[in-house]
Design a protein around this ligand. Structure first.
Ligand SMILES: CC(C)(COP(=O)(O)OP(=O)(O)OC[C@H]1O[C@@H](n2cnc3c(N)ncnc32)[C@H](O)[C@@H]1OP(=O)(O)O)[C@@H](O)C(=O)NCCC(=O)NCCS
Length: 219
């Protein structure tokens, strides 16, 4: 099994010619910027942080903490040579970075939510996301984002495929929550299937949990 923090892999070629590689601490600052730009207009971001300037600040803080404190030493972060995108995976058996115990680490983001977002709705949505998450061992795609100017050129697919190759070797399932209905066809092409819907209690936002069965063929 490829372990947390194992940086042994070099560049992996993909079908579209984009090479994926493991990211490390030196990549973090650039990847925070990439993810902020990728998620600035995301439906969950705009729901949790309705005001744009607070959203930018909240996202920047969230991704900085997610990368630096929750993933860089112990996670699977993948990018490309030009740092055009980032994929953050939690392998099976690892501590889940979105679990309640990480709320302490994420406290600065809660402060942003209190200042200009929807703190109560965020916590309720997080609780629902945790409730729905499968208990069976699986690889979890916590975050995937491509810098907007680079989207549609195979970066997201290359980042996904780099880890799905390991997932398939291990004959394990994988899981994610899509925050955009428009992304469902993209993930379906990589073998994921929608298993339901997670709605905020006021109906303001929907997430689509997607499961990729062990041994699913990619199309
Ligand atoms: C979803 C996301 C990660 C996809 O990344 P991407 O780099 O655009 O992904 P790809 O280029 O590999 O594939 C995207 C589409 O472009 C097409 N594509 C891939 N390579 C291509 C190329 N060389 N030329 C033209 N189109 C191409 C793919 O067929 C795919 O089409 P589909 O959406 O109909 O499946 C990206 O759109 C993103 O960051 N969005 C904002 C954040 C977000 O929504 N993240 C996911 C949260 S669940």
């Amino acid at each position: 099994m490829s372990g947390w923090g194992d940086s042994g892999a070099g560049q992996l070629p993909s079908a579209g010619g984009v090479a994926a590689r493991r990211a490390g601490r030196a990549d973090v600052a650039d990847l925070v910027g990439v993810l902020v730009r990728a998620f600035e207009d995301d439906p969950v971001s705009t729901y949790l942080f309705p005001r744009r300037h607070v959203r930018r600040r909240g996202l920047r803080r969230f991704f900085r903490i997610q990368l630096r404190r929750l993933f860089v030493d112990t996670g699977e972060i993948w990018t490309t040579s030009d740092r055009l995108g980032a994929a953050l995976w939690v392998p099976p058996g690892a501590t889940h970075p979105a679990s309640w115990r990480d709320l302490v680490v994420l406290a600065p983001v809660l402060a942003d939510l209190v200042a200009g977002g929807r703190p109560a709705a965020s916590l309720r949505l997080l609780a629902e996301v945790e409730r729905v998450r499968p208990s069976e061992p699986h690889w979890y795609l916590a975050t995937l984002g491509t810098d907007p100017p680079a989207q549609g050129h195979g970066v997201g697919s290359a980042l996904l495929e780099a880890v799905l190759a390991t997932v398939d070797e291990q004959h394990l399932p994988a899981y994610l929550e899509s925050s955009k209905e428009a992304n469902i066809s993209f993930y379906t092409r990589h073998g994921f299937e929608v298993t339901g819907e997670i709605r905020s209690d006021d109906g303001g936002v929907t997430l689509w949990p997607m499961w990729r069965r062990a041994g699913s063929a990619r199309t």
